[in-house]
Structures are given as structure tokens and as C-alpha cells.
Ligand binder design. Structure first.
Ligand code: HEC
Length: 148
């Protein structure tokens, strides 16, 4: 009787163990299918541009001054009032045909793209200078936005 009891208990325990294993397996299966979609839902399509600081932007603008200034055309066109302006319209500056005909308006977002690669944004332009750091670009653009 004692032995039989033992056997019954062992059989019940084995049944429970396999049941638990089944549940765990199906749950982890569910988790595995749930997880990727949960992760995808938290992904944002593109990182928002960082907020620009015009004061440090003025420092970074030094790197533009090899070719630009606010009030004089130089290697590049003068910059005062550039944010919000159409591209290629500063009087007395000899733009490339590419930039002149681009139809671009210099919004902050467009300037951000320009500074990542002028050639990529408008093939055929004659500015060969890029700013790799997103925060630095935002600072420069914030500075330019204040130079009306
Ligand atoms: C090595 C020279 C050089 C440097 C440095 C340079 N640029 Fe330029 N930039 C140019 C030239 C040349 C053009 C004219 C491009 C054309 O006509 O195709 C230009 C054009 C531009 C324009 C278009 C303006 C308009 O009137 O349409 C903007 C905006 C501009 N540059 C921003 C900058 C900023 C901001 C920096 C610094 C982060 C900078 N550039 C650094 C040479 C330079």
C-alpha cells in the first residue's frame, strides 16, 4: 500500500511537472512573438534635432568664417538673414547654377541637412564643408537664426 501510494504520488508529480513545462514553453513562445512588436512600437522614426544654443553657436560659427561672414560676400555668400531666406539670392555673389536653381528655402531643418553634406542635398554646389556633430549643427543654426 505504501509503495502504491508512492507510485501514485510520483505519477501525479510527473504530470504536474510536464504541465508546468508545457505552460512555460507556450508562454515563452508567446513572449518571443510579443517582444519584437513591443520593441518596434517604442522605436522612433528619426531622432529629433537637439535644441540649439546660439551662444556656443557663435563660437562654432568661427569654422564657417574661413569662407563666410555675416555681412560680406567672400568665398561663400554673406549669411545675415539666411534663416528663412531662399537659397542662392544674395546680390553680388556668384552662386553655382545648382544652388541657384535648387528652389530651397533655408529652414532650420534644411540647414541641418545642408551642413551634413551640401553635395548630398544639392549635387553640384561648391561648398565642401560639413559639420558632423548634430548638437554643433543645431547651435550654429540657432546662432544664424538670431542674425536678422
Ligand atoms: C571652405 C569654404 C566654406 C566653408 C568653411 C563654409 N562654407 Fe558655406 N558656402 C561655401 C560656398 C562656396 C557656398 C556657395 C555654394 C554654391 O554656390 O554652390 C556656400 C554656401 C552656403 C550657404 C547657402 C547660402 C545661400 O545664400 O543660399 C549656407 C547656408 C552656408 N554656406 C552655410 C555655411 C555654414 C553654416 C558654415 C559653417 C558651419 C559654412 N557654410 C562653411 C563655402 C564654405
Amino acid at each position: 500500500m505504501r509503495v502504491a501510494n508512492h507510485l501514485v504520488r510520483a505519477a501525479i508529480l510527473a504530470a504536474i511537472a510536464s504541465l508546468v513545462a508545457d505552460v512555460v514553453q507556450s508562454r515563452t513562445g508567446q513572449l518571443a512573438t510579443l517582444l519584437p512588436s513591443a520593441l518596434a512600437a517604442t522605436e522612433t522614426p528619426a531622432a529629433p534635432a537637439p535644441a540649439g544654443d546660439p551662444v556656443s553657436g557663435q563660437q562654432f560659427y568661427q569654422s564657417c568664417m574661413g569662407c563666410h561672414s555675416l555681412d560680406e560676400n567672400d568665398v561663400g555668400p554673406k549669411h545675415r538673414g539666411v534663416v528663412g531666406r531662399k537659397a542662392g539670392i544674395v546680390p553680388g555673389y556668384a552662386y553655382s547654377a545648382a544652388l541657384k536653381g535648387s528652389g530651397i528655402v533655408w529652414t532650420p531643418a534644411m540647414l541641418d541637412r545642408w551642413l551634413q553634406g551640401p553635395q548630398k542635398l544639392v549635387p553640384g554646389v561648391k561648398m565642401y564643408f560639413t559639420v558632423a556633430n548634430p548638437k554643433t549643427r543645431a547651435d550654429i543654426i540657432a546662432y544664424l537664426a538670431k542674425q536678422h
